[in-house]
Design a protein. Sequence first.
Length: 341
Amino acid sequence: MNSILSTFGYTAAGAAAIYAFYPAPGFSLAIEKWRASGSYKMFRNYKIFYRDEEGQGETGTVLLISGFAQSTYDWRKIWDGLIKNNRRVVAVDMLGCGFSDKPRFPTYDLALHADLYEFMMHELGIQDVHILSCDMGNNVASELVARYEDRVAGKANSKGFTLNINSLCILNGRVFTGNAEIIKVEKLLLLPYVGAFICRYLYGFSMFADTMTKLYGSTKPTPGDLHGAWAIFRFNHGNALANKFCYYVVDRLNKANRLTTAIHRTKVPRYFIYGNKDPHVAEDIINAWKQYVSEDSLMEIDGAGHFPHLEKPSVVIQKYYYFRESIKPIVAEPNVAPAPQ
């Protein structure tokens, strides 16, 4: 009887895996074009995908930091708007995301991601950036601000990188993490073996599409949007790493005091653009921003959900341009051309 049940279990798991994950989805022409316009660099023996493009603006390098299960391709709808108003725009796929390598690390923590961005900016000859981040990328940006504040305070920086942050604009997400809770699905993903099983065998396209669609506001993703996001998520078996990548929700709680203090005390200009239909932006997040930063640095986008840069791209560009114009008198930055590719 036990052998029959074991055989049935293995067969069911195998069938679930085949149903959920094979054949591997291909990329659309638009995604292939995006990837072809990027480049790669090596970081700790792993390939890192990035796009680095010269803009039409006179000054300002924008560093784009994506969120959980997202990629550089998620910035496509505001890319041209950023190029129009900035001297340089750079987007980097984190390890485990997008077109970068996806090693099977035990966990992916915020320090790893921050190390990567500091390394990439150093490699590209960039010393001053305006950070525009979303979702989990906001926590990575907070770690970069904390490191910047350490350098301003004269604390040692063993890596020798001197990345100056001229401004920080976050989209959706949470940067004050002291009262954050780990939601049920995240707790499941973080369970040993259980999380790995869910990611490998149960979390197929249908669940992915349903999860993503619920995060949108009044403007819903098209089937092409969902299939494209799934194809990039699946690339290099990235779906199998989601439980490892999800460790950031624990890491941001462990570092809550450091990250909150950095965002609260920094003199770096800060701005928060959020959609009022985002199920992840609760009242406590808004109130924390008002308390630790200011009420006038909040900008609500009506009808937008968790991905305002995909749902309302022209509005995001308009609000971000307003923010950048408002801080021009207090931000001095060099006019540096892109590094050779």
